[in-house]
Design a protein around this ligand. Structure first.
Ligand SMILES: [Zn+2]
Length: 156
């Protein structure tokens, strides 16, 4: 959160992604920070961005993987694509669990698009950085991933 505060202090915007079930979303301090920063939650599911199993028994079948990104960058509203229930999912397990820590190419492209929408004409120029905030990792319970923040910062 220190990095996000520094970014915001310099006129930047923040986007913070955690799995939808992550306890951070209910953490009092995290909620207060997100509210103070004017962040809105944008919910989407991995299946809508082509997230598929690579495990031998279920290869190619869609994985749901619910994510949420909170951001004060308006462009992230375009990311909201919850599952449309027109397909089946397989359970995320085994080797697929690690796989779902990453983004599909379609999701990465959409996140870049969201940043571009947020910085064009806004006075925040398009110097973008993606930072793993290792120093801010907290583990509220076993299995909760650390914080990964994406930040847009004004260029000099
Ligand atoms: Zn789905």
């Amino acid at each position: 959160m220190l990095t996000a505060n520094a970014c915001l202090g310099n006129g930047g915007r923040v986007a913070i992604e955690w799995p939808r079930s992550c306890l951070y979303w209910r953490d009092r301090k995290a909620k207060a920070d997100l509210c103070r920063w004017g962040c809105e939650q944008n919910k989407f599911d991995g299946c809508m961005y082509g997230l598929v199993s690579q495990a031998a028994a279920t290869s190619g079948k869609l994985l749901r993987k619910p994510w949420t990104i909170a951001s004060n960058a308006d462009g992230f509203r375009h990311l909201q694509r919850p599952c449309d229930h027109t397909h089946e999912h397989v359970k995320t397990q085994g080797s697929d669990t690690k796989l779902t820590e990453g983004y599909t190419e379609a999701l990465a492209d959409e996140i870049h698009h969201c940043w571009a929408l947020s910085v064009d004409g806004s006075g925040v120029r398009s110097t973008l950085a993606t930072l793993a905030v290792a120093g801010e990792r907290r583990h509220l319970e076993r299995g909760v991933r650390g914080t990964l923040s994406t930040l847009a910062v004004p260029s000099e």
